[in-house]
Design a protein around this ligand. Structure first.
Ligand SMILES: [Zn+2]
Length: 608
């Protein structure tokens, strides 16, 4: 699936001075345009962004950003400013809609045959590249008509700042290793959530606002723009799209063979060659790299599990801010072009993927909730790196290896590209969830999962999980005491009540359902602690052990089966027979079994 990437990288000029190349290519890319009578004059200072006015190394604060968004709205019939909701500190989360006809509803836009691209910036507010890129691009499209026809078959939803409160925790002390802008916001929200782990559990109000938008629009493609840390290399932008199979097969192929291929080509032509966002394999970053694996607690993984394309853009922290913004600008522009040019074909692939997920056939094979590298196949790609330089540090005295940015090198790098399926689950026909699980119900509603409710009390034969050896995290993760647990699987008759929820898995969001409800998922509600009270041993049992001297006699007198069991155990187990505490405990255990037949049972039933 990365075949095309190799070809492209191989044809890319080797050992060039990249900076010179980028400048040349970028200069040749700047299109010529004509200004018609109705259009504003380019030099009108009010349309120059804060970033452009400030030597390309400052990013606007929240208020200036919203003001610029409203300016675009007022001055262009194709741009609409709106908000997707309020942050905990009371800020409107801004959204710009750019549609050729000024349409603002998904139905009206889809009726024109257009696809929808959603771009989000500043989820980690210290990483604002996408904000400045998107504001310029929308201006260039809407006011300057720089890219005529670009919105013929695609509309753009743009969130310049999603983490609006974190963004206003502003200063020069965050991301000190980032090469501009001069001041930025914080990684976390005001409530200290990392929103890019929050796409399933949706603890942050900002995440819930985002998911409501996502559910309403179901954008064909969602781009989330970040800045990464890590190894130094020539690329300004790296990217992550699904290579594993979180997407249905047909859509995975389309994503890799059409979108990814064309994006690589388009970005190279624009002077910003891109490379997959990767992890080093082993200690040496040059011994092999791996494209990453994103389950749906991450933004792009959330899109994949919804059968929609998700792309993570990770700009490189050491690149000057101007280069990062320009590369982001081109990532959005190229994406609009590719999705617009292939709008109907992509819509057909998505409809096929949705229909396939919603068909009973989808349950035939087990569903993998994760993937891992099988190291079976690697391909060799050209990787644009810097030469390593070793010196004796005059600061620390250590042997210091650093990347020499005046010496570009092209390295032949093995890239592992094949995955094996992990955490397989056999999907049930339906899940049954007791109505008292109100947090789960709220999440079902939020994510747009369809369900019905029982109209009478019923006892149903379902498969259940009983937690075995539950282990809670010592420290909270994202504020939650998380649970990893084994479980046994059994069939049993369980009483469900009128009003309990039945969720059929034959629906397009089946993968979101499975990631929420199957305890094995790395982002299941069980993992996040929603069901902690069902996995912990009962402690509300205030009967003293020596009361069994009374109760034990009573039980033996009433129950001949129990009497036989007790006498056999005494006859065959001398340690038991000679341990008064164990004997009393024998009766206590029986009493508890009656009181707590469902102890350690996960209350979500699986109807097979
Ligand atoms: Zn980030």
């Amino acid at each position: 699936m990365l075949q095309l990437l190799i070809l492209k990288l191989h044809t890319f000029e080797k050992n060039q001075n990249m900076n010179k190349l980028i400048i040349l290519l970028f200069a040749s890319l700047v299109p010529t345009y004509t200004i018609s009578a109705q259009q504003p004059i380019k030099s009108d200072p009010k349309f120059v962004t804060h970033y452009e006015k400030n030597n390309f190394n400052r990013t606007p604060r929240y208020a200036e950003t919203v003001e610029f968004c409203k300016l675009l709205d007022v001055n262009s019939p194709i741009v609409t400013y709106t908000s997707i909701g309020l942050s905990p500190q009371g800020r409107e989360i801004p959204l710009l809609i750019a549609d050729k006809d000024g349409l603002t509803s998904p139905d009206a836009i889809r009726a024109k045959g257009r696809s929808v691209v959603l771009v989000e910036a500043a989820i980690h507010a210290g990483e604002p590249d996408g904000k400045d890129a998107g504001l310029m691009l929308i201006r260039d499209i809407a006011l300057y008509n720089k890219f005529p026809g670009i919105l013929d078959n695609v509309s753009l939803l743009f969130i310049p700042i999603i983490n609006v409160d974190g963004h206003e925790d502003f200063g020069s002390f965050y991301r000190i290793n980032q090469n501009g802008p001069e001041e930025v916001g914080a990684r976390y929200t005001a409530q200290r959530y990392n929103m890019n782990r929050d796409f399933i559990k949706a603890d942050a109000p900002e995440t819930r606002a985002f998911i409501r938008l996502y559910k309403k629009w179901m954008p064909e493609l969602f781009m989330d723009i970040h800045v990464t840390n890590g190894a130094d290399f020539q690329y300004v932008s790296t990217y992550g799209v699904d290579h594993c199979g979180f997407l249905n097969d047909n859509l995975l192929k389309w994503t890799n063979n059409v979108y990814e291929k064309k994006l690589i080509e388009g970005m190279a032509a624009a002077g910003f060659p891109i490379f997959p966002y990767f992890e080093s394999y082993g200690m040496n970053q040059r011994s092999g790299v791996l494209p990453n694996n994103f389950p749906p607690q991450y933004s792009n993984g959330y899109a994949s599990a919804n059968n929609r394309i998700g792309i993570l853009v990770e700009n490189h922290i050491y690149k000057p801010y101007k280069q990062r913004v320009e590369s982001s600008y081109n990532m959005i522009l190229q994406t609009l072009k590719i999705i617009g040019d292939n709008s109907r074909e992509l819509q057909r692939e998505i409809a096929d993927a949705d229909n396939s997920s919603a068909s009973g056939m989808f349950r035939k094979d087990s569903l993998p909730l994760m993937f891992s590298h099988d190291f079976k196949d690697s391909i060799v790609v050209d990787y644009l790196a810097w030469k390593d330089k070793k010196v004796k540090s005059d600061l620390s005295g250590a042997d210091w290896t650093y990347s020499d940015r005046t010496s570009p090198v092209t390295i032949r790098l093995p890239l592992f590209t094949t995955y094996k399926k992990e955490l397989m689950v056999k999907l049930p026909k339906a899940y049954l969830i007791p109505q008292e699980q109100i947090e789960t119900r709220e999440l079902l509603d939020l994510h747009g999962i369809k369900y019905s409710t029982l109209n009478s009390d019923t006892t149903i034969n379902v498969e259940t999980y009983r937690f075995v050896n539950p282990k809670w995290s010592e420290f909270p993760n994202e504020g939650r005491v998380t649970l990893t647990t084994g479980y046994t699987t059994q069939k049993e008759y369980v009483k469900f009540s009128k009003g309990d929820m039945i969720i059929l898995t034959a629906q397009p969001k089946v993968k979101i359902i499975a990631h929420m409800l199957e305890p094995k998922s790395p982002t299941s509600l069980v993992y996040w602690g929603f069901y902690n009270l069902y996995a912990r041993p009962a402690t509300e049992f205030w009967i003293r052990l020596n009361y069994m001297e009374v109760k034990g006699r009573e039980m033996l007198a009433k129950d001949s089966v129990l009497k036989r069991e007790f006498e056999t155990k005494k006859a065959t187990d001398p340690a038991f027979a000679n341990d008064p505490q164990a004997i009393l405990q024998f009766f206590m255990t029986k009493v508890r079994e009656n009181v707590e037949p469902n102890v350690n049972r996960y209350p979500v039933g699986r109807l097979l």
